[in-house]
Design a binder for this molecule. Structure first.
Ligand SMILES: Cc1cc2nc3c(=O)[nH]c(=O)nc-3n(C[C@H](O)[C@H](O)[C@H](O)COP(=O)(O)OP(=O)(O)OC[C@H]3O[C@@H](n4cnc5c(N)ncnc54)[C@H](O)[C@@H]3O)c2cc1C
Length: 459
């Protein structure tokens, strides 16, 4: 960034909201993926649409890349300045504009923490279902940009299913508005749907209108331990074909449970079991018959027990263990490589078996957990005590084997964490050349100079 362009930037953003030196830019040099550090040339904390539009026009004039950033909890390096330039942080734009109780919508700025938005609508007896496990630290804008999912996606769907309207600013600084408080809208292309999940490469999202639903009844959490991974995986498949639709169906293997217990320093139920399913169901009229169906299917696959978490303390303990899994693994010895694969959900048993074989053949620990009811499994390849040089070779080989397995099961490279720059070399495992070319053509039409979040998604 030249001295001239920096001076011009200072005319748009006051110095107290502009960072250009390392100690104060430290937080913006990484996301939550392990071991990455990329220093931007500057960080601007925008406060309104006018500033963002001016910054994007400035980026075109001085040929400086701009990378939008929410709260930096991403797991694919999407919010990092991969090709240098400016980080545009949306963290200060966090006001809720309106909660529309009549129409069941909320309109908000992008920087609000997802949990804060959920709490605000719940105070009005409404409900915003998407619940990424990072909900206490990620932003709703980041959720839209990544089309985030979460445990409740099994029943309620992912972020895109709630985005009804967007205000966004294109790379040339033009402001646009798509959709609105509408449930049905096929008037032209669904551009809001395209921006959702585009990882900040097509537009900067500045306002979001989300559909809300009524607050569900009380929920019940069930924890079901199994003697083998296969039994747990087959139970998931069997639940699906039996038409059992709980809110969530989360899967954790034994190693994941052990790491989480150590991290939160609490003994967890059934720590000797090989795998567990965490299931949440809503209390309603047919609750007894639903519980009975769950029991019948689980017992068919050798469930060791069924724990009904009856009180908030027990419920909090099992969800605390689930929510802290990633942090717990991050504390492990050595580094790790993460894949966030998504496959047709009835093929979960084949995925789990394939991963077990890859782990065995390569003598490397692979820990799995995730939103198994959606077919979305977070696969963690652990370095543990493998020497660095050997680890660098082995992790690449193992990742390729994992994506070959996923491809053979007709799955994709990412279910919710996005491609960013860390997974772009693997995108070819799930997209053919024509699809890739079409996506690149869309990017080129909207951002011909490739200045908005360059170096992401495509090689
Ligand atoms: C412990 C943990 C658990 C997680 N669990 C889940 C989970 O259950 N489900 C899930 O989907 N993800 C999960 N994630 C990943 C991450 O939290 C999500 O991707 C989240 O949506 C990122 O939000 P953020 O505000 O942190 O975005 P950032 O990390 O800041 O950015 C992510 C991407 O969005 C773009 N972006 C951000 N804001 C905007 C904007 N206003 N306009 C345009 N582009 C923008 C950035 O350029 C970047 O490409 C988890 C992460 C962690 C660390």
């Amino acid at each position: 960034m030249s001295g001239e362009s920096l001076d011009a930037l200072k005319d748009i953003i006051p110095e107290n909201r502009l960072k250009t030196e390392l100690p104060e830019m430290e937080d913006y040099c990484h996301d939550e993926y392990p071991d990455i550090f990329i220093e931007p040339e500057a960080v601007a904390l925008a406060e309104n649409e006018d500033e963002i539009s001016k910054i994007l026009k400035w980026s075109q004039k001085y040929n400086v890349p701009v990378t939008p950033r929410g709260l930096g909890t991403g797991l694919s390096g999407g919010c990092l300045a991969a090709e240098g330039g400016l980080i545009l942080s949306l963290e200060r734009m966090k006001s809720i504009r309106e909660i529309d109780r009549q129409g069941l919508f909320v309109t908000t700025q992008p920087g609000i923490i997802t949990k804060d938005l959920q709490d605000a609508v719940e105070k009005e007896s409404l409900f915003y279902p998407p619940d990424p496990a990072s909900l206490e630290s990620c932003s709703i804008g980041g959720n839209v940009a990544e089309n985030a999912g979460g445990p409740r996606a099994y029943k309620y769907g992912v972020t895109r299913q709630y985005v009804q309207g967007l205000k966004a600013i294109l790379p040339d600084g033009e402001r646009l508005s798509f959709g609105g408080k509408l449930i049905k809208n096929v008037s032209g292309y669904d551009i809001a749907g395209l921006i959702c999940g585009s990882e900040g490469t097509l537009a900067v999202i500045t306002e979001i209108t989300l559909r809300l639903v009524s607050k569900p009844a009380q929920v019940i959490d069930l924890l079901i331990p199994f003697p083998s991974l296969r039994d747990a995986a087959e139970t998931i498949s069997d639940f699906l074909s039996s038409g059992i639709v709980p809110n969530t169906m989360e899967f954790m293997d034994k190693a994941a449970i052990a790491r989480s217990s150590k991290f939160i320093q609490k003994e967890l139920p059934y720590m000797s079991s090989q795998a567990q399913l965490l299931i949440q169901i809503e209390e309603r009229e047919n609750i007894d018959s639903l519980l009975e169906s769950v029991q019948v299917v689980a017992e068919r696959h050798n469930a060791e027990d069924i724990l009904l978490a009856e009180n908030p303390v027990q419920q909090e303990l099992i969800w605390q263990a689930r929510r802290n899994l990633y942090e717990a693994l991050k504390q492990s010895e050595g580094s790790m490589e993460i894949a966030d694969v998504s496959i047709p959900r009835h093929r979960i048993p084949l995925l789990i078996e394939g991963l077990r074989k890859i782990s065995e053949i390569n003598s490397t620990e692979i820990i799995n957990y995730g939103h198994a009811g959606d077919g979305n499994v977070h696969v963690h390849v652990m370095q543990n005590f493998i020497e660095s040089e050997e680890w660098d070779k082995r992790k690449l080989l193992i990742m390729k084997e994992i994506f070959n397995l996923v491809s053979s099961l007709e799955g994709v490279v990412s279910g919710e964490h996005g491609i960013g720059f860390l997974k772009k070399k693997y995108l070819k495992y799930c997209l053919d050349d024509q699809s890739l070319k079409l996506m690149q053509a869309i990017k080129k039409t909207i951002d011909p100079e490739n200045l908005l979040n360059p170096g992401k998604i495509f090689i």
